[in-house]
Ligand binder design. Structure first.
Ligand SMILES: *Cc1c(COP(=O)(O)O)cnc(C)c1O
Length: 218
């Protein structure tokens, strides 16, 4: 199956309200352009260096999502154009995103990355750390960032009941953060969960954004 076909097969199954981020890490710009020409314009990268190299070479109306661990010293390079940063995991990072967004005269949408997996290697905050971050955020005035929800990654396993229970946990945390900190902000509505191996389960559990790479390119 070619890339266009795999993409179409995934899009057909997605509920209309679920957004697909095509994850293009390690893919060449020509491959990305091919997908763009099929009509898809939302792409995700997980390394700032890679994103910075690709972005100038591709159409400027692409919606770029940043989905990997982001170092504060790299924020300035992606701030001029990034559309949604899925991986905010510290107040320090949020503050830097705000600063660079202000410099570029724009507002940058962000998600808080929560740790839900068993694997210790994955990034993200636990619920207490996330609450701590949001307390700081609420008591400051970071006017150039807009927090729109949360992101999480399930354990990499074929045990779909475990994956499901991790997605449920993420959804519970999402709801509890929304009730505590975003009662008056309907824009806090995004639940970024689901990758190639688990996006169907993620959608059943309420995902609003899925991030899919290998199922399209493999
Ligand atoms: C690579 C990556 C994905 C996509 O993974 P696939 O299994 O290739 O679909 C999604 N989210 C993050 C954060 C990633 O790094």
């Amino acid at each position: 199956m070619n890339i266009g076909e795999s993409l179409k097969n995934i899009l057909i199954e997605l509920p209309r309200e679920v957004k697909l981020v095509v994850v293009t890490k390690t893919q060449a710009v020509d491959v990305i352009r091919e997908i763009y020409e099929e009509g898809h314009k939302i792409f995700g990268e997980n390394k700032a260096q890679e994103l910075i190299l690709k972005q100038p070479e591709l159409p400027q109306d692409i919606e770029w999502h940043f989905i990997g661990h982001l170092q504060t010293n790299k924020v300035k390079f992606i701030a001029p154009f990034v559309s949604l940063i899925h991986s905010v995991d510290s107040y320090k990072l949020l503050k830097e995103i705000n600063k660079q967004a202000l410099r570029n005269n724009r507002t940058i949408d962000c998600l808080i990355q929560l740790f839900i997996a068993e694997e210790e290697t994955k990034f993200g905050l636990d619920i207490n750390e996330a609450m701590h971050l949001l307390e700081e955020y609420k008591s400051s005035s970071l006017d150039n960032v807009h927090i729109k929800g949360v992101m999480g990654m399930a354990t990499f396993t074929g045990d779909m009941e475990q994956v499901r229970s991790e997605f449920r946990k993420l959804k519970r945390h999402f709801i509890s953060l929304r009730e505590t900190y975003f009662k008056d902000d309907p824009a806090f509505r995004e639940l970024s969960m689901g990758m190639s191996g688990d996006y169907k389960t993620a959608i059943e559990e309420g995902s609003t954004i899925v991030r899919i790479g290998s199922a399209i390119f493999a």
